[in-house]
Ligand binder design. Structure first.
Ligand SMILES: [Ca+2]
Ligand SMILES: [Ca+2]
Length: 327
């Protein structure tokens, strides 16, 4: 391969990984004159660079941040300051990459080198000028001043990438469409949980939920601080009690922590619910149509960190617009 240009990528390696950052190898001969421009390479792991027999490789105007292995290449216009990625490490799939936007004040803004025939658009559809210096990295818009959630999924890409079935048959979970794609848990007679994200402590977990069937002892819930199927908090509505409740499952044992007053929950009606976990303060909020009201709250200190999840027990529920935000 001759004269390849690799430019305006954002590469992120999370802590604990040793994945090679860039590797050249022989594909019926080693590459010659490969040039890397305007890339952001964040290395919080221990991955290095391997060029083997590649020749005339050039790096310029790249930003290298985090760990700097001895194999990291020289670069005449290298930056090593924090690129201020919005919330890196939060992508579920290629449609949930806003964590790689640049925050206002990023040193990567407008500090790249102009590339000929750059295609005119970045990954998000922002324009890329044919005459002005671009950003470094894959994002070419202005620095953002809002915060990007830890996790945000509307399932509108038709898949549930980033979600893992933790309990029950995988076939219980499918994307359905009622005008917008939603993620449905169908467990009319059993128990199912899917989880996503990274272990976190203090969060707001919000989703829209709609039940199409629920047995007399069924429930619909969202889950937080999940470490395994025996340890998590559950926030949801139980048909048996007719109330919203917060439960704890600790070392496999269920504890009902608190419940709301009786609630008239309707099938085929969408509710927007939110669990807020702040230290040992736990609350469950439901959107009344004119703002969220806290229907149930409690304190418990026994589970401190974990994933988020969706829980369906003896019911059929679809979830949409899952948003996990820092608080
Ligand atoms: Ca998806
Ligand atoms: Ca949707």
């Amino acid at each position: 391969m001759l004269n390849t240009k690799v430019y305006n990528n954002t590469i992120y390696l999370r802590p604990g990984l040793s994945t090679t950052m860039i590797r050249q190898s022989s594909w019926s001969g080693y590459p010659d004159k490969t040039e890397y421009y305007n890339n952001i390479i964040v290395n919080h792991g221990s991955g290095g660079y391997t060029f083997l027999g590649g020749t005339n490789t050039k790096f310029d105007y790249n930003l290298f941040y985090g760990n700097h292995p001895t194999s990291e290449p020289a670069d005449p216009h290298k930056l090593t300051s924090d690129p201020l990625l919005a919330n890196p490490g939060t992508a579920l799939d290629r449609h949930t990459v806003d964590g790689y936007l640049l925050k206002a004040g990023s040193p990567a803004l407008n500090s790249g080198v102009l590339m000929a025939s750059n295609g005119g658009k970045d990954y998000w559809g922002n324009s890329v000028s044919a005459s002005d210096a671009p950003n470094r990295g894959a994002y070419n818009g202005a620095g953002i001043t809002y915060s990007v959630p830890f996790l945000s999924d509307n399932f509108n890409d038709g898949d549930a990438g980033g979600w893992n079935v933790a309990l029950g048959p995988a076939a219980n979970w499918t994307i359905v469409n009622d005008g917008t794609p939603r993620y449905q848990g169908s467990a009319p007679s059993d128990d199912s949980i899917v989880t996503s994200g990274q272990a976190r402590s203090n969060i707001s977990l919000q989703t829209r939920v709609k039940s199409s069937a629920m047995s007399s002892d069924g429930s619909v819930s969202i889950v937080a601080r999940y470490t395994d199927i025996n340890n998590f908090y559950r926030f949801g509505y139980s048909q048996a009690s007719g109330k919203w409740s917060i439960w704890k499952k600790k070392a496999g044992a269920w504890t009902l922590l608190n419940s709301s007053s009786p609630f008239s929950y309707s099938l085929n009606t969408e509710y927007t619910v939110r669990a807020v976990l702040n230290g040992n303060a736990l609350s469950l909020q439901v959107d009344s149509g004119s703002g969220f009201i806290t229907v149930c709250s409690t304190t418990d200190a026994s589970l401190t960190s974990g994933l988020v999840g969706l829980h369906t027990y003896k019911s059929i529920n679809s979830y949409d617009d899952v948003i996990v935000s820092p608080i």
